[in-house]
Design a protein around this ligand. Sequence first.
Ligand code: FES
Length: 117
Amino acid sequence: MPLQDDDEICFCFHVSLRKVKSFCRIEKPRVASQISQCLSAGTGCGWCRPMLRKIHKQECNVAEPWWRQIDDAADTDYHSTERDADAAQLDADTYAGGRQTYLKETGARPPQTDGAS
Ligand code: FES
């Protein structure tokens, strides 16, 4: 089953697919990175950034200038089946499992949420 609106897209900040879609429809961010204004989505471990870019492309239908476009396939960032897929190709467990592997393999850390520094 594809990712559902109540499924989390950004685990670091508990941002659901519904929230990201709503943000895109209401705020119409010109570039995908502006989705970070939606509850800080994408500003933690970085796992969800390719998914946020895909959602932005689908929901906002904004043509980014060539110098702002990021080619996920050519990006030197971490790649996996789960990270490169779009929301219609993944279920929530597979997406979450991909993130666990990403954290292990890259050493990326979710933000501290307990106030410790
Ligand atoms: S899952 Fe979105 S920044 Fe970590």
